[in-house]
Design a protein around this ligand. Sequence first.
Ligand code: ZN
Length: 238
Amino acid sequence: MEQELFLENSYQTSCKTFIEEINENKVILNQTVFYPTGGGQPFDTGILKQGNEGFKVIKVKREQGKIVHYLEDTTNLSVGEIMAQIDWDRRYRFMKYHTLLHVIAGHLYNKFGALATSNEIYEDNRARIDIKFEEEVPEDYFSSMEQEIHKIIEGNHMVSTRSLPREEVENIPGSIKTVINLLPKSIQMIRLVSISELDEQACGGTHVKSTSEIGLFSFTKIKNKGKNTKRMEVVFND
Ligand SMILES: [Zn+2]
């Protein structure tokens, strides 16, 4: 399996690597900085450089356990050494949104025992999260929620990852269980992402190092999505 460098260091923007396979416009590398679509986070775009030529990466997906890079054009590309480089502005924005969604989910779990049921980051600079509440939350709470979450972000909480055997993770109390139950039994080591004491979740996405990197955002929409579930949309202020 190719090395997934984005899991070790989400700030690495490029790597020297080797093309293992070219199939039409699809390329497989022996290690990559490109994040494939997953967990609500869109894929990275960028470029593969070979000699003096650049080849645009327009889509990245995980297919049968391998990370497949879709290129705009593979004419003149050959199996061998290349340099892989992601579009950092795009990735960094996704890292900030993704970490923000963790903060929101963690906060609402700690406060109400509410669970995030799904989330998505969109390519056009916005994201949404669906939260299922156990009980009715007074509507006026939602007008103060933004300020509460800004305070957490400004608290400069560190984000860290660790990997644990599945049976250990299954014994951790809290919201982790609901996610673990959805993972295929074949996955034995679980990657956990924690935001200091706020949130710990199984996740294979990319995150910023500290909540202060997220910056200011607004809830642009909060609407009902079935019984006791709210769909919340967020947008960065800058
Ligand atoms: Zn995550």
